[in-house]
Every structure is written in C-alpha cells, then in structure tokens.
Design a protein around this ligand. Structure first.
Ligand SMILES: Nc1ncnc2c1ncn2[C@@H]1O[C@H](COP(=O)(O)OP(=O)(O)O)[C@@H](O)[C@H]1O
Ligand SMILES: [Mg+2]
Length: 327
C-alpha cells in the first residue's frame, strides 16, 4: 500500500504533476496516521501546507518553452515577442539582410539538401539606442521563436568562478529550446577581459565562449550585440556569419520613426520632418522616449491627437533633464 503511494509520489513529481503530487502526499499522511504514526502524519501535512499553491497549469508535455527554470533562469530571460519588421526603422540594406537571414532559416531543410546551412550567427554592433536589442526581438517575432536573452552582466558578476560552466549550460539549452539567443551587451566579455583582476578567468571564459560558438550545431540563432565593436578582436569576428551595423539615425530615419510612433494619432508628414530636424544627433531610443512622453501628455489632456507642441515639449524636457550637455 505504502509502496504504491511512494511510486505515485515519485511518478507525479517526475511528471511535474503538482496536483497528483499533493494528493499522493496527503495519502501518505493518511496512511501514516492509519498506522498510528500520528506525529509523522502531522509533519507530512505541515510540509504540504507550506507547499506553494498548485498552479492551474495542466501537467504534461506542454511546458512554457520560453521561460527557463532553475539556475538558468538567472542568466537567461526568455519570452515570445510581438515585434515585427514594421516596428523598426532600418536602412534598406540592413532590412534586406535580416529578411535574408529569416528566409534562410525558414528554408533550412532545403539549404541543407544542397550542403549549405542557414547563416545563424549574427553580430549586431553600433551606438546605444539604435535598435540592436529591438532587432533581435524582431527576428524572434518574425520567426515565431522565443527570444532568449543571455544576461552577461549577471553571468559575470554573480558567477565569476563558474561563468564558463554557465555558458556551457546556455549552449546546451540551444538545441533543446529553439530560439533566438541574444548575447546582449556582449562587450562585457571583451571589456572584462582587459580588467587586470581576473584576466586568467576571463580569457578562459572568452575561449570557452568561442569554442562553444564553434561547436554549436543547434538550429538556434545566436545574436551577439555590442556597443563597442572596437573592443572585440578578430578571433571573435571570425565566428560570426553576418555582421550588422546599427548606426545613429539619419534625418529621414527620424521622420520614419516619428511617423511610425505618432502617424496614427495625427502627426503629419510635415510636422514629422520639422521635429526630425530638431532631434538630429539623437538616438532612436531618445526620440522614441520623447514620442511616448508626447502621447502621455495627449492622453492626460483627453485628446485623441498628438500635436507638434507635445513632441517639442517632450524633446526639450528630455534634453534638459536626461541628456548630457551638447546633445
Ligand atoms: N531602429 C529603430 N527603429 C525603431 N525604434 C527604435 C530603433 N532603435 C531603437 N528604437 C527604440 O529605442 C528602444 C531601445 O533601443 P534598443 O534596441 O534597446 O537599442 P540598442 O540595443 O541598440 O541599445 C527600442 O525599444 C525602440 O523603442
Ligand atoms: Mg541593447
């Protein structure tokens, strides 16, 4: 009788079936109680009472593939993305390149029949706030894959001694969970490498990373993003199939961004052009923030349309409060 309960307990745990696990545990308590072991039964019930409430998620093969668990949860953030190519302003060449990478990966089987594989190791570089992280989300959204962001900062600061081991765990995850693996702020590898403190450790980490990149035959897409491409050495570059520059926006691109953000709530082409010249030299991210502020003002004023003045005001506020002098 008790053996049956124990088997049930183990089986439900193995299946991740919380409600059966709880039921089996209660049966165990009842069995102990029936055998006169009242204290043991009470202790078991006390443990059950402290268990977190059973989730409503059905047990079974359906697991949320986008959210890593256990130790990986600290260094890998996962999620499905809604961003699409229409949400990002890109130079035509860059858009074409991303579209090409998407099609190659969609047609993987066909490519492989001819002995070639899709390019799937991408290096995004450029000034901050120019769309590197967003572009990775767009790839994920377009391909219907989760975006798995590797948190390099956490990887290094928290697990310095075990960084290479953690990296290996991430690469081991790649074939298991197809996705877009974003090694964001990738420059921290190179930067940390130059630090005197733990050069030996960092060199091992960089070497391990490059070896893992080389050895990776998963179908997952690997995106490394950096603001400091100059810090990376040739050995790093060679590992990537596609190098994508993200540059500060041109005036026309700012117009496109303003239209993208505010075109449906009343901003005209002429107004967008006017505003773009005020924001020259700003990053996409700064202007996107100003757009959001303008929308907030509009909403608070109970209007349905944004005015040029809302945006000018937002730009000036941002410049005054947030941006370093000279911008
Ligand atoms: N090229 C772009 N097109 C449209 N929006 C952009 C672009 N670049 C940046 N943004 C806006 O700025 C935000 C921050 O950009 P992000 O992709 O994080 O920049 P980076 O990773 O290059 O530092 C984005 O979420 C988006 O709102
Ligand atoms: Mg970024």
């Amino acid at each position: 009788m008790k053996a049956d309960i124990l088997k049930l307990l183990l089986q439900s745990h193995a299946d991740g079936d919380e409600s059966s696990f709880r039921k089996a545990a209660l049966q165990l308590a009842a069995a102990e109680s029936g055998a006169g072991h009242v204290r043991v039964a009470d202790e078991i019930r006390a443990i059950i009472a402290k268990m977190p409430p059973a989730s409503t998620r059905k047990a079974g093969p359906i697991v949320d593939i986008a959210s890593p668990r256990g130790e990986l949860a600290d260094i890998l953030e996962g999620g499905h993305r809604d961003e699409r190519l229409r949400d990002i302003v890109l130079r035509d060449e860059v858009r074409d390149l991303l579209l090409r990478v998407i099609s190659e990966n969609r047609s993987r089987g066909r490519l492989e029949r001819f002995g070639v594989s899709p390019r799937r190791r991408l290096l995004f570089h450029g000034a901050p706030g120019c769309g590197k992280t967003l572009a990775a989300a767009v790839l994920a959204g377009e391909m219907g894959l989760p975006l798995m962001t590797v948190r390099f900062d956490a990887l290094f600061s928290r697990f310095l001694g075990a960084t290479a081991v953690q990296l290996r765990a991430i690469f081991a995850e790649m074939p298991r969970r197809p996705g877009i693996y974003l090694f964001d702020e990738f420059d921290s590898v190179a930067k940390a490498r130059g630090d005197s403190q733990d050069v030996g450790e960092m060199n091992r980490v960089v070497t391990a990373f490059l070896q893992l990149v080389d050895a990776d035959v998963s179908g997952s897409i690997l995106v490394a993003a950096t603001n400091h491409v100059d810090l990376l050495d040739r050995a790093v570059f060679r590992r990537f199939d596609v190098i994508v520059p993200f540059e500060k926006p041109t005036r026309d691109q700012l117009v496109d961004l303003l239209k993208l953000r505010l075109g449906t709530i009343g901003l005209t082409e002429a107004q967008a052009a006017q505003l773009a010249s005020r924001a020259e030299g700003w990053s996409f991210a700064d202007v996107a923030r100003a757009c959001d502020d303008a929308v907030r003002t509009m909403a608070l004023d109970d209007r349905e349309e944004v005015t040029e003045r809302d945006v000018v005001h937002a730009l000036e506020e941002l410049k005054r409060r947030e941006l370093p002098a000279g911008r």
